[in-house]
Write a protein that binds this ligand. Structure first.
Ligand code: GLA
Length: 373
């Protein structure tokens, strides 16, 4: 089964936009292995928009731009596969892609065939330039069927930014992940608004078909295609972002230049516990124990009697948050408690009963994990 866990990998768009080529993709594949990302589960290397020529060939096939990809896509797929990784590409449900390259509307079956011949493993499928006369659900269904019949397992990553409430129909159309929001930018308000907009929709995200809240910006520090020089995220904000993606079982597709990411952000992206939380086989969404306008207390039930209790302060000001354990289904009279540790520091808190009080500085979070004992 494809997507029995949230997919993990890297995508070219957030940092590189149209400035992509074979060398970048090969170097990134090398780094995924050399810097230890692969062994943690990051496996898809995905080329986003701007990879093709502006015209199809005389047989109606898409053609890689020979200046950017001189050896073609099968060569690149072979290279990525030789590293034990998987190869992803991009097309779009409209007449043209977002950057106005040829797109798959009306060409779904031939394009799926081409992608299968190139041996790709993942297709991101965007929604720009969709014709007025088109039917969105049908367009995604058609490419889904084309991929299902192409003779190769290709994960289908739809990207229609939430149009027509994809959480209600993408699963039934055979899609594996669906982008539910507009594009992320590398700042706090952007990822906050994305996550908040989907809080009520994650209950429909589950193995086989996950709600995709976009590629991560962790480690971009304002640089690159979706970078915001003025308002780039801080390390604490990157921790909020990455851990939210993990708690909500969202695809973990890195958007930074991982050839250059070191220190805090590399450690964060490689945090084994956060990745385990993201990849938990049950993929249950956390619920909001308390939901004040700019604060959240999230409780996520993992498999094996494990739990995540996380506190998020989206406010600029310091706050104190209190969670009575009766709101976690663990009243004091039960005699039970959570044997917690801090996921980021590893510090053991011990068995906590009845309630937990947490002080949080502005734009910070705290994540605990443990068993019910
Ligand atoms: C849309 C998508 C982005 C990216 C660009 C490429 O905006 O939402 O993720 O794929 O198109 O042009």
């Amino acid at each position: 089964m494809l997507a029995n866990r949230p997919p993990m990998g890297w995508n070219s768009w957030n940092t590189f936009g149209e400035n992509i080529d074979e060398k970048l993709i090969m170097e990134t594949a090398d780094i995924i292995v050399e810097k230890g990302y692969k062994e943690l589960g990051y496996e898809y290397v995905i080329i986003d928009d701007c990879w093709s020529l502006r015209q199809r060939d005389e047989n109606g096939r898409l053609v890689p731009d020979p200046k950017k990809f001189p050896h073609g896509m099968k060569y690149l797929a072979d290279y990525v596969h030789s590293k034990g990784l998987k190869f992803g590409m991009y097309s779009c449900a409209g007449i043209l892609t977002c950057a106005r390259y040829p797109s798959s509307y009306g060409h779904e079956y031939i394009d799926a065939q081409t992608f299968a011949e190139w041996e790709i493993d993942y297709l991101k499928y965007d929604f720009c330039n969709f014709p007025e006369s088109g039917n969105c659900k049908n367009a995604y269904l058609t490419m889904s069927m084309a991929l299902r019949s192409c003779g190769r397992d290709i994960l289908f990553a739809a990207c229609n930014w939430g149009v027509e409430e994809p959480w209600t129909w993408m699963r039934s159309r055979g899609i594996h992940t669906y982008r539910s929001t507009g594009d992320i930018f590398d700042n706090f308000a952007s990822f906050r608004d994305i996550v908040h907009s989907q809080e009520n929709n994650f209950s429909m995200s589950a193995p086989g078909c996950y709600n995709d809240i976009d590629m991560l910006t962790v480690g971009m520090y304002g640089k690159g295609n979706v970078g915001m020089e003025e308002n780039a995220c801080t390390d604490n904000e990157y921790l909020m972002q990455f851990s939210l993606w993990c708690l909500y079982s969202a695809p973990l597709i890195l958007g930074g230049d991982i050839r250059k990411i070191d220190g805090f952000c590399k450690d964060l992206l490689q945090n084994k516990e956060l990745i385990e939380i993201n990849q938990d086989p049950e993929a249950r969404p956390p619920f909001n124990v308390h939901n004040w306008s700019e604060k959240r207390i999230l409780f996520k039930i993992l498999s094996n009697n494990e739990y995540v209790l996380a506190f998020y302060n989206y406010d600029k000001e310091k706050v104190t948050l209190t969670v009575p354990f009766k709101d976690l289904g663990i009243p004091y009279e039960s005699g039970k408690g959570l044997d917690l540790h801090d996921v980021m520091t590893g510090e053991k808190i011990g068995i906590v009963r009845d309630f937990l009080v947490e002080d949080l500085e502005g734009h910070t979070c705290k994540i605990y994990r443990g068993k019910l004992v």
